[in-house]
Ligand binder design. Structure first.
Ligand code: ADP
Length: 173
């Protein structure tokens, strides 16, 4: 039987423990998981694509079957390009559901052979979003409980340099 390959696409601006929980659980479910870091996103990001990729790569390094790559364009095209038959998304609240339901249905129309897989957030990450993390950092609050150590370090360094333009109001994540 061929390998079961999945993509986990997102903006990851920055990666949080909620994202990493989804990565870890996906790594157990699939033979190979390719995390797709969106490069040309409609929403403004605090970190460049290269920075988001580097942070995600470091945070996923302990999973041998997880790779991190940049992607542009449609999720289904990215899935096809890496030979994935599954697209993983995380769901926190009803608001996530509506958005994901719409996107999932569009993906199904575009590529009926690709299955969407939704993993429910772990309760401890229910209220965790990259936007809230950026907001906390902007107000000088510690974020070590919400992001992996490499991201916390990077956020502190960024704050020290020029402060953090949170983009929290634009980025609805
Ligand atoms: P996007 O801009 O594509 O929504 P994000 O980086 O915001 O990218 O999120 C990527 C995926 O991870 C989405 O499916 C999102 O719902 C999910 N996600 C984000 N935060 C959490 C969390 N705390 N718990 C579970 N899933 C999450």
């Amino acid at each position: 039987m061929s390998d079961r390959v999945a993509i986990y696409p997102g903006s990851f601006d920055p990666p949080t423990n909620g994202h990493l929980d989804i990565v870890e659980r996906s790594a157990r479910l699939f033979d190979r998981v390719v995390v797709g870091v969106g490069r040309n996103l409609a929403k403004k990001t605090v970190f460049t694509a290269d920075e988001r990729i580097a942070l995600m790569r470091e945070a996923c390094a302990k999973h041998p079957n997880v790779q991190v790559q940049a992607f542009d364009g449609l999720q289904v095209d990215f899935a096809k390009s890496v030979g994935a038959a599954f697209i993983i998304r995380g769901i926190r609240a009803l608001s996530d559901f509506e958005f994901e339901f719409e996107m999932g249905n569009m993906n199904r129309r575009l590529a009926p052979g690709i299955e969407m897989v939704y993993l429910m957030t772990a309760p401890e990450y229910l209220f965790l979003s990259a936007s809230r993390v950026k907001e906390l950092v902007a107000f000088g609050a510690p974020v070590d409980a919400y992001v992996p150590p490499n991201v916390a370090k990077r956020l502190r360094a960024q704050m020290g340099k020029q402060g953090l333009r949170t983009g929290a109001t634009e980025a609805n994540d």
